[in-house]
Structure formats: structure tokens, C-alpha cells
Design a protein around this ligand. Sequence first.
Ligand code: NAI
Length: 701
Amino acid sequence: MIHYQVSGNIALITLDAAPVNALGQAMRENLLENLHKAHSDASVKAIVIGSNLALFCGGADIEEFDSDRLWASPTLHDLNDAIENGPKLTIAAINGIAMGGGLELTMACDYRLARRSAKMGLPEIKLGLFPAAGGTQRLPRLAGLQFATDMILSGTPVSADQALESGLLNRVVPDDADFDEQAINFAKDLIKRNAPRRNCSEIEVELAQAGDHFFDQARNAIARKTSGQIAPEYCLKSIELSTRLPLDEALKADVIAFRELLETPQARAMIHLFFGQREAQKIPGVTRDTKTRAIDSIGIIGAGTMGSGIAIACLDAGLPVTLLETSEEALERGLHTVAKHYDRSVEKGRISDDKAERLKTALKGTLDFAALADVDLIIEAVFEDMAIKKSVFEQLDKVCKPGAILASNTSTLDLNEMAQTTSRPGDVIGLHFFSPANIMRLLEIVRADATSADVLNSALQFAKRIGKVSAVVGVCFGFVGNRMFEPYFREGSRMLLEGATPEQIDRVLTDFGMAMGIVSVADLAGVDVSYRVRESRRGEFAQDPSYQAIQDKLYQLGRYGQKTGRGSYFYQGREKTSDPDLITLCEQLAKELGIERRDIPDQEILERCFYPLINEGIQILDDGIAYRSGDIDLIWVNGYGFPAWRGGPLWYADDLGLSKVLDGMNRYRASLGHYGELWFKPASLLERLVAENGKLSAHKG
Ligand code: NAI
């Protein structure tokens, strides 16, 4: 786990525990032993702590968060204390990523140097926690209150140059220099100069410089974005201690607060999602021995909204892309969209001119399928029309090399049917991106009946390469995400007829923590888009004349949402205002349909939006369309704006109590008459789990 070597008067302690040098108990013990060895060696004048891996340290071992080992001696605090109050000058040599507890360890050292490409972060807030192993105390002392607060509240890593400027780092080494040599030279130089020890307990945090209202302002600045979450307040309270208490006292208070926070449902929910991402990679039939196919080039068919977004996602990951369209005009439009995206990135200072040029030249356009003959992975994103999709797959089958992976971005159509039009159904898979494809983190990987294990494995690797959170799902209408979205959207629209206003529904949902309310989502996604999806399935809703009646009406009136300036709301740009006319429309429809209008309590809105959504998720589990409830949670958090701190819809249901969900379904089934009878039938798995007192998170399909 650790190499120890003395070179001249410098002890080198080198972490070497793949994959991420996690600071689990064994690692901590080992590190402390090595520190003691160096401390007791009279010939040692300075210690350099470095890493033998590509990264410095990924931080605490999150597996321990569920066990007592987290608090087993030596703790991270003990280690930091041994470094900071030990007898020797200690230098952290940060060769790559240093996160969480790993970065906190470096802050206990006297000096820190890093490679220019290294990144440093305190991402604890993303797990519903705060950096309690000294991060909230030492970072403000080293880098100032503002920098520390920004870094801790965002959870976003900073670059070595930013860290140097703030004072967190003392030196940055160019990437092309020999880093180990530079680290030793730095230590030698410090010894030679008789450089002072730098103990954080002797540094005071200057609140005056930041201003008296610093913490109020910080609180206000994040209030909207983090509404409902408790971790940000724990972060702020702890940082505040750095301005008032001596280091050792503040650290003690941090331990108590951290223990408390770790036990909260919010932290448990976010840790569930963290592990859920790993679990989601475990797929029946895909083993360690399953091969992957090399994916070094991408073909995309259709350069519309999705095709151009997918192209950007692939180009950003360093993959060359060939974009195919049916006409010169459509192709030009797609190429232009991508080029404009990169021009804007340059304008905003996100990437250099050079990089933009390189990315643009990695994109080629074509009207000829033959240009895809050598491509490794082809993703079709043409119109959502089975006949067109089939003809595309037939042509791909003719031109693509053997072993090429043929993927569809369809959001609703039967992937098995597409696969069967080819002579190689094992090579066909669904890659369901979300809009905008270069930004949304979710990728639903759709496993068709014949999809081969190595194609599936390759898709999982591809998702990682382009930075997506992926979950494997089976074939059904809407797969997992959109299938659950359907009852959620249905209830939102129906309650408008029953007397709720768009503002009320959206407020209840955003207060719950959704990124956006359902009525606003419908306007954003396009009233025409959802109308077209409904058109293909009218038969399934025939028994419910109220089904999306208001959305159909808006469609007939040409009120397509944001894009036409009017949907359920009025829009001027992105600015939206109420539309009293909508209420009149709802009143008319309710009258025609014999729906009595009433005041709808907020709680009913919440339950009627989420219970059927959860119920559908449970049915999906029972149908075997998803492998586990955690996959469904990942999909809703990463693709639909469900609050991460609630852990996803099924985790939320477990937390709430499944019997509550079942009771709610039965209650609305009884109270909503024919409508309730149609749509509020509980899934049998829900009934079974309630009867057994079971949990979705423990359910194995
Ligand atoms: P779009 O209408 O913006 O783009 C489709 C493009 O495909 C057009 O540029 C069209 O010229 C081109 N095209 C049509 N037939 C073609 C053919 N035979 N060969 C080559 N190009 C052809 O559509 P959008 O929104 O990009 O959707 C594409 C696919 O992605 C659909 O299957 C849709 O269901 C799916 N999808 C859409 C999402 C969205 O939010 N828009 C989200 C997830 C999936």
C-alpha cells in the first residue's frame, strides 16, 4: 500500500493502493506507521508524501461510511494531527487528483506542491456531507474564506493554478518536468533555507476582510439552488467555526456534526446514489471475462437536435465523428450547430481557439452511407418513425464492417423490431440520450433481446468515456425514464382540469426539490412533441377522455410552449408569466368532460404526481425492465431533475414507507371514480412488498 524510502535526509512516503489510494483503515494505519518511522529517524529532516498512481488520492473509503471502521483508530484526524504536530517538516507532492480526505491530508502538511494538471476538490457536499477531516477549518486558513467557501459549497475541483493563486499550493510544477525530482528538490530547498514549519493552528482566518455579512451573503447566494438540503448549512456552520474557534476545538465540533449528518436520510440518500452508479455497471451476463469492442470512431445518422448534441458529446471525449444526413441543407445545419457550439465555448473562455479548431476538424459530414464503412459505433438519431429507422438499419447492415456496433437513440420505438431488420441483431443496442445530449448526464443503455454481452459491455465503457451516468434497461414503450414520466405528466395535466393552476403544480414540485415543475417541463419539451408521441398510442387511452385533454387543446391552438412563446404559460424569451386564458380553457374542458373543479391541496398534488410514478417504477422492476431499484433512481436523478438528496423516486418511496404509497394509490383509486379506477391500480409487487414489510432497495428482480 505504501513505499517507504529514505533518500539523503528526506523520507519519501509513497501511497500505492490502486485504484484510488482510498484512506480506509488499513491504509491509515500503514501511513501512520510510516510517519512514525520517519519521525523517529534522526537522519530525516523532511518528509515528502506522494503517490505512485496517476492520481494522488481519491479520499476516504466510502465503503466505510456504513461501518464502524470509519471511526477506527487511526482516524483521518489522527493522521492529520501526526503530520501537523509531528517533529518533521512535511511536504505533500500532489501529482494528480487530490479529493476529499486526500486533499485534507495535504492541508495538514507544511508545504504543498502539485503538477500543473492536478485537480483538487472537496466533493463531500455531493454526498450530502461536509469535509470534516479538517477541510472546513484548514482551507479557510490557507486559502481565505471566499475561496474555501466556494470550493466547499460547490464540491467542484479547482485547478493547480487556481490553488496556487489562493495560497492552497506553494508551488506548481509544469507537466513536462520530472515531478518526483521536482518534489525532492523542493524539499531540499526548504531544508537548506531552514524554512519555517507552517501549522494551521497558528493561522487566523480573517473574517473582517471578507466582510461582516459574509456568511449571510453566502447563505443567500445558494438558498434557491440548495433549497431543502441540509449539508450546505453544515458546511457554512463549520466554516464559520474557523473564524471563531481554535483549530483543535473546531475539529472536535466537526466530528460531532459529521456523525450527526452522516445519519440523516439526506446523506444516506446521496451515498445510495454514489454506490448506485457502481452497482449499475453490474449486468447479468456481463462478467470480467466479457470482451469489449474498441470504439475509436463514431458515425451519427441524423443531424437534428439529438444528432448534433451526441456529436458534441463524442467530440468532447476525443472521438472523431462522421455525421450523415439526407440533404446538403440538413447536413450543413447540423455541422453549423456543432461549430457554433465550439465558437461559443471559445468566446466564454472555456476552451482555447486551438482546441476548438481541433474538435471541429474531427467532425466530418456526409450524405453517403458508404462513408460509415469503417466506423466502430454508429448511432442513429433520425425521426421517430419505425419505417425510417428500419430503412436506416437495413442500409447500415449493408455497409458497416463486421463487428461495428449499431445503436438507436429511439425514445419509444421497439428496438427488437429494428434489430431484426439486420443480419446481425446481436450488434444492435439502444443508446438513449437525453436532451441536450452534450449536457444531460444520463444515458439509458437499452438491451434488446439479442444484444450480445460484448456489445453491452462496450456500451458501458463508451458511456464512461463520454462522461455519462448509465443504466441498462430493457425494451418497452418509453424504457424506464419516459415510461415513469408518463403517469407523472398525466396527473399534472389532469389536476389542471380539476382546479389546480400551473403555478401551484410547479411550485409544489419545485418545493419538493424537482429541478422544474411538470407544467413548465411540458412547455420546454414542446407541446407538439408530446402530442406526436400520444398520436401513435391513442388506443391505450381511449377509456379516459380527459387524458392529456389540456395538452391536446394547446396543440390544436398552436401553443407549442416556449418555442412559440405560449403554452401553459406566456413566454418572452425564457421569462414566463401566467396565462389567465389557460384557466378558462381548463374550465371549459372540465365542463365538457363532467369534471368538478375544486381547490386541490398541495399534498394531493405531491401524492398524485409521485405515487403513480413510483408505482410505475415498481411495475418496471417487476417486469424486469430494470435490474434494480437503484438504476431507476439514477435515471430519475440524472435525467429528470429528481432531487439527489432524496435518493431517487424508489429510494424516496422506501424512506416514506411503501405502505403509505399503497394506501395513497388505493385512496385515490376510490376517490377519483372511473378515473381513479383506470389509473390508480397498485402494482402487485407493491402489494407484495407491503405485505412482507419489504423494501425496494433490497428487492432482487
Ligand atoms: P430532429 O427532427 O431534430 O432530427 C432528426 C434528423 O434526422 C433531421 O435532421 C432529419 O433530416 C434527419 N433524418 C431523417 N431521416 C433521415 C435518414 N433516413 N437518414 C439520415 N438522416 C435523417 O429529431 P430529434 O429530436 O433529434 O430526435 C431524433 C431521435 O432522437 C428520435 O428517435 C427521437 O425520438 C430521439 N430522442 C429525442 C429526444 C429529444 O428530446 N428531442 C430525446 C431522446 C431521444
